[in-house]
Design a binder for this molecule. Structure first.
Ligand code: FAD
Length: 491
């Protein structure tokens, strides 16, 4: 038995790889699946084009995994045209090393006539100089997490959510079990190895393995626009910077990101000035983007390792690889049978898992090759057409879908996209609360309602200006006057 700490891309990837090699596994996640960085990222299946100059190893991993994921996780990958566009001198200067890097990494690139790109993307900067097509795609993180979780449970694995690993036990310097705390109760899980896949929280787990590591966390903000004004992925050609990628997602588009050193695994409080700065950077690709309707902001924390501690500099400006590292703590003088997987990208989660489980197999002295690259993740059951009464109009979420999920309102959000559309829950949250009260009672339903409402508001507040602010104020007034609800933040 191997216990995996963390129910993000890395943890579920490790669990799936273990199970395919015949090793029983339990994933322990302190929140819900995808509650960490894996549910707070930009949604790009990297081709590696972004990294060919600054991080060629990571670029090669990305292009290899990009090809694999399109086959084994097809339901979670959306192929859309993707361009790198040069809009200024930065782009022109970067072009030659970039093309050399693309060539060296084996990433297909093709120049596209500018007129063709501008007519396909009318909002693009008319001063654009050159455009190149690359094999980036959209990665639907929550869909892939759902596929992984379903396949893990079908294979006999266990995913414990709202459960935290609080202690690691050892006998004679070798892992023997973990204590898991869940809703006030504690239990012991006996195991032969533990994998720390806690993402930005990995540094807090390592001392339980009798070891220490230093992580370089950095937070990145992204802005969600209400309309899919651009149906293409557009990258600004130049050294990786802020606000230089727009990714279409369902009916929305997401601009990202920033890169700010951050001291905690928890995402920072969203700041309005950061949202404004992001829009200013986005103007270089899309003049007028500041007037598009921004729906909300969100941010995630990058779980990276630094090779150079240049205090205060952003991670992009330090020498921080987007590559990943597998730590065998037994080999570092800590507890044997304890491993950490750290760094990397969503795009490379499968490879990261494979390398981690290779190390676990060596420890268990039972070598079985990985099969994740050739084993498609199957849908648990046909999703079919949604039927039944619609509860969330923006995203077309039906009552039957919500009942089938058998979870709380936040689970509805992450698994069915409930309350994620343009109204940000203004209407459907009330319907949701009414449904939940018949299942869990009034008090618990109200708590879920308020928690989700606060979560939505946190993201809306930093971009609440102009019409957005007016719309939100109207919604608040209606709630206050017709439902006698308190305003957010006591207002
Ligand atoms: C702003 C931003 C944009 C990004 N954009 C992209 C992109 O477009 N494409 C791409 O490929 N990658 C992108 N990434 C990188 C990618 O999102 C991350 O590399 C990846 O999601 C990390 O996954 P993970 O499973 O390692 O960590 P996480 O998803 O954070 O999972 C770790 C989990 O461990 C849990 N945990 C922690 N401690 C405990 C404990 N004691 N017990 C139980 N559970 C615990 C946490 O709750 C969490 O759910 C982006 C990252 C950021 C920050």
């Amino acid at each position: 038995m191997v216990v995996v700490i963390g129910g993000g891309a890395s943890g579920l990837g490790v669990a799936w790889d273990l199970l395919l090699r015949g090793i029983p596994t339990t994933v322990v996640e302190q929140g819900d699946v995808g509650g960490g960085t894996s549910g707070r990222f930009h949604g790009l299946l990297h081709s590696g084009a972004r990294y060919v100059v600054v991080d060629p190893v990571s670029a090669r991993h990305c292009i290899a995994e990009n090809a694999i994921l399109r086959v084994i996780a097809a339901a979670a990958i959306k192929a859309v045209p993707s361009y790198f566009v040069s809009v200024d001198d930065d782009g022109d200067r970067y072009l030659s090393p970039w093309l050399d890097g693309m060539n060296a990494a084996g990433i297909g690139v093709r120049e596209v006539p500018l007129g063709q790109v501008i007519s396909a993307i009318p909002d693009l900067n008319r001063q654009a100089r050159r455009a190149f097509s690359v094999p980036d795609a959209v990665l639907e993180g929550f869909t892939l997490l759902r596929l992984l979780r379903d396949n893990i449970t079908q294979r006999g694995g266990t995913v414990l959510t709202h459960s935290q690993v609080t202690q690691v036990h050892q006998v004679g310097g070798v892992v023997s079990g973990v204590t898991v705390s869940s809703r006030g109760a504690e239990r012991l899980i006996v195991c032969d190895a533990v994998v720390n896949a806690a993402g930005p929280g990995a540094g807090q787990i390592v001392p339980m393995f009798g070891d220490q590591i230093e992580m370089q966390l950095s937070a990145g903000m992204m802005l969600v626009f209400a309309n899919r004004r651009v149906g293409h992925i557009v990258n600004r050609l130049g050294p990786p910077g802020d606000g230089d990628i727009l990714v279409p997602h369902g009916r929305t588009a997401i601009l990202g990101t920033t890169d700010i050193p951050h001291g905690s695994p928890q995402p920072p409080v969203l700041q309005r000035q950061e949202a404004v700065y992001l829009l200013e950077q986005g103007e270089r690709l899309f003049p007028g983007i500041a007037s598009w309707r921004a729906l909300r902001a969100f941010s995630g924390v990058r779980p990276l390792f630094s090779t150079d501690s240049n205090e205060g500099a952003s991670v992009r400006r330090r020498i921080v690889t987007r590559d990943f590292t597998v730590l065998d703590h037994g080999m570092r003088g800590g507890v044997k049978g304890a491993f950490t997987i750290i760094g990397g990208k969503w795009t490379t989660y499968r490879l990261m898992a494979e390398r981690t489980v290779d190390a676990v197999c060596r420890h268990l002295d039972s070598w079985v090759p990985s099969r994740t690259a050739v084993t498609p993740l199957t849908e648990a059951s046909s999703q079919g057409d949604p039927v039944g009464a619609i509860v969330c109009e923006c995203e077309g979420v039906t009552l039957d879908t919500l009942h089938a999920l058998n979870g709380d309102m936040d689970t509805w959000r992450t698994r069915a996209w409930f309350a994620m559309g343009p109204c940000q829950g203004a209407i459907c949250l009330h319907r949701g609360a009414a449904i939940r009260q018949s299942i869990v009672g009034v008090q618990a339903a109200m708590q879920e309602f308020l928690a989700l409402r606060r979560e939505r508001w946190r993201g809306v507040e930093p971009v609440a200006w102009g019409d957005n602010a007016r719309e939100w104020a109207l919604t608040e007034a209606l709630r206050h006057q017709t439902l006698a609800e308190e305003g957010m933040n006591g207002r």
